[in-house]
Design a protein around this ligand. Sequence first.
Ligand code: GLC
Length: 556
Amino acid sequence: MTQELTSPSPAPQAPGTGRGPGWWRDAVIYQVYVRSFADSDGDGIGDLRGARERLPYLKDLGVDAVWLTPFYASPQADGGYDVADYRAVDPLFGTLQDADDLIRTAHDLGLRVIVDIVPNHTSDRHPWFQDPELARQRYLFRPGKGESGELPPNDWESVFGGPAWTRTDRGDWYLHLFAPEQPDLNWDNPEVHAEFEAIMRFWLDLGVDGFRVDVAHGMIKAPGLPDIGHGAQAQLIGAQVLPFFDQDGVHAIHRAWRRLLDGYGDARGKQVIGVAEAWAPTAERLALYVRPDELHQAFNFQFLNAPWQSDALRSVIDASLAATASVGAPTTWVLSNHDVVRHTTRLGGSLARARAATLLMLALPGSAYLYQGEELGLPEVTDLPDEVRQDPAFFRGGRATGAVGPGTDTESAPDGVAAGGQDGFRDGCRVPLPWSGELPPYGFGPGGSWLPQPADWGGLTVAAQTGDPASTLELYRAALELRRRLPGLGDGPMSWAPAPDGVLALTRPGLLCTVNTLGHDVGLPAPGTPLLSSAPVTVDDATAQLPGDSCTWWAI
Ligand code: GLC
């Protein structure tokens, strides 16, 4: 698809352009899952125009940047993470001109734009895979084992379930760590490196401010592709280094990309960033992805996976801060995304906990990622009928992705809600957003919605919550407004203050944040003046009553 595009719009001017402190160090970045955000044309599928029309909402919410999930040409075998053309917009989502318009409008509003890049695999409809000669060089084909090559080359399993190998009609096998429609690229081939650098430049020329690097820990496989020796391998992701994940060789790729990003940004007086979706077994190994010459940020899934217990939260926070401090990077925090159970449901089906967890996250030093709809307190949709599901993991009997690992709060999850989703699948967190009205599709678009929305979401719409000080939407707005206004939030020092069992107290310059993880009120000497609370807090005779499952920010 070639279209005449105007020159890229300037990125918002803010302190930290060029080298220097960095806008991203404490940015709040909002994940737009394009398919489910807003639909402009009535086909029931969110699109770029719909997203562009709603950018003022995100500006008003108070975020600094948006991350758009893949909208590239794709057969949609895995929600667009199977890319057939990295330089084209899928007609489902619009045109390249729509992408250009969206980036321009975002910049006009002072919002930065991050796009996904998917380097571990392409779609099997990608022209490289379609050409048998090119495919042999650029993907991972191997002869099978057994007398006539009828067995897969090794025992690796796909993250989505089943073997990680599919046999071609020519008799050999190709590797796909995800769905068979997502063949893994051969990163030993320099042409693969060159192509991804060219793709990045293409989107940088269109004005994007960074990339979320999908499966950033996956591109390099252990030499010889050794067997693992046992099954249930998806359970090991994020728990140990595997011959296909978190191999040391991936870091050379990230170093090359950092050079590209810095070189590109320096030449234009702006900072463009890379954020790694990397599943590493420890905070220390994750920190390797954000060494000064590698990517800028990495998602901190250890925090996402922490149970709602003060000791566990505290040790995850300490480990995260220590590991990133050791390499001079800021920490990122995330509670929900398109691969995991929404945190309202994951934290025991408790909106009170979800609101408290969010206020805690936004009080921590570093950058925070929000997933669309969490600002409305949306729960996971746990009763989708099988016939509407689209997650490939559902059809292959696997699990979602490695983002849900050991430590997920399964004990406090409501009945039937397993660690990886209502059943380990991801459609339940991808149900289109409710914007307004009493009935589906709740203003999502002029048509229906690709996944059915619950009948009782009328009270959760943006319109219903706007202006209601008790709503989750207004809590997010107030928190983001304070975060921008108070110099002590965002990047900077943090320390723990003494607190009773089950309560966390952390101080930032000028601010103290208390979190009561217990299910009942806890009284303590009022630490200051309440600024914002996830639940009504009372102060009587200098004694504060912290409601159960609440978080409060205090001016000190
Ligand atoms: C990442 C994406 C996920 C996708 C997978 C394969 O984990 O977040 O949605 O299925 O990569 O690309």
